[in-house]
Design a protein around this ligand. Structure first.
Ligand SMILES: Cc1ncc(COP(=O)(O)O)c(C=O)c1O
Length: 355
């Protein structure tokens, strides 16, 4: 296929939509200040805390050089915290780049199975690589559809736990059952796992077909730094590290991640607060507002009004949320993440007024 035909084919594909900019929100809603609840960013960490970490990081770095020692130090620290040898950890330019790397390595002309609704970048990352993406429904919000996996027998299964956009955690027994019969590759995306406090990382010790993904974007409020990591057994790690780009993360990202991990106790308090805020928020929502069973700091709601109408009404009140595709029981879904209570105090009532 010529590049022109390829470009035409890609132009027709449905790409990843990353929400709207504050500038665009201002234009639509005619106001300047918003609380941005659309991208699951961690607003519980004050901006000045991250700025202080950057200043501290810069003291030790020579930004003219490629990142080397700083990467080794970070990998050692991650490995220590995860209770794994350093060979089982691979850094990437955000979890997104690791998803691409995994698909490049193991997805060529293969079939990927995902449970809907889930992170919408998976199929997009597979464009030009995968032969097919099979979408099946979760059973009861967060349970794996094991019968469908058996029936479809895909080459790869991506599981997001806690799942974006529902916040549901896949039960351990489901994963264990899956691994008892399935020999394909299982990728568990744990982008939100630290906050929920539930991880399946130890499965990589007993199963050589499991990769667990993590990121600093959410738990450590480092979305702009673009740094994540994969954990897996030796065979997978050696394969992935052969084809990873030479320097996928910057020294600054690696150093800030290192300093943040060293201060994990502080971030743990933040995670607790984020979860408490979700409970408070849910407690104030009317029973008429349908919501997903979330174990983390975001959730999806649905009311009798259309997603577009709710999105616009909340935008007028100064809240940017995310419209997502309807799924079973959620005809008009809107996803929103929590933020410090002082910023979202009147949000539950604003939503209750839209049932
Ligand atoms: C489920 C999931 N995986 C991966 C990512 C991307 O993470 P990163 O910022 O590390 O690329 C996101 C971001 O929203 C996500 O929700």
């Amino acid at each position: 296929m010529s590049w022109r035909a390829e470009a035409e084919r890609l132009r027709q594909a449905s790409g990843y939509v990353s929400g709207i900019s504050v500038r665009e929100a201002s234009r639509i809603a005619g106001r300047r200040r918003f609380v941005n609840l659309q991208s699951n960013e961690n607003l519980f960490v004050p901006k000045r805390v991250m700025e202080a970490l950057v200043r501290r990081a810069l003291k030790d770095l020579d930004l003219r050089l490629y990142p080397k020692e700083v990467i080794e130090d970070l990998i050692s620290l991650i490995a220590e915290r995860e209770g794994l040898p350093a060979e089982n950890v691979l850094l990437g330019h955000g979890a997104d780049q690791l998803i691409e790397l995994i698909l490049r390595a193991f997805g060529k002309d293969r079939t990927l199975l995902i449970h809907s609704p889930t992170y919408s970048y998976y199929p997009v990352a597979g464009i030009g690589v995968l032969k097919r993406v099979v979408e099946v429904e979760f059973e009861d919000n967060e349970r794996l559809n094991l019968r469908a996996i058996q029936r479809e027998n895909p080459d790869l299964v991506f599981i997001c736990s806690p799942n974006n956009p529902t916040g549901g955690v896949v039960p351990e027994e489901d994963l264990k059952e899956l691994l008892s019969f399935y020999r394909g590759l299982v990728v568990v995306d744990e982008t939100y796992a630290q906050i929920a406090g539930i991880t399946y990382r130890d499965l990589i010790k007993s199963h050589d077909n499991v990769i667990v993904l993590r990121t600093f974007s959410k738990a450590f409020a480092m979305a702009s730094f673009r740094i994540g990591y994969a954990m897996a057994g030796r065979t997978i790690m050696e394969a992935l590290s052969r084809i990873q780009s030479p320097f996928p993360v910057t020294s600054l990202s690696a150093k800030v991640a290192y300093l943040a991990l060293k201060r994990e106790a502080y971030f743990r308090r933040i995670w607790k607060k984020a979860i408490e805020t979700r409970s408070w928020f849910e407690g104030r929502l009317s029973s008429k507002v349908r919501r997903t069973r979330s174990s983390t700091y975001f959730l999806t709601i649905s009311t009798s009004r259309s997603s577009e109408e709710v999105f616009r009404a909340l935008l007028k009140r100064g809240y940017i949320t995310r419209i997502i595709k309807p799924f079973r029981g959620f005809e008009n879904p809107i996803r929103l993440n929590m933020a410090p209570k002082s910023l979202i105090r009147d949000l539950p009532d604003a939503i209750n007024g839209l049932v």
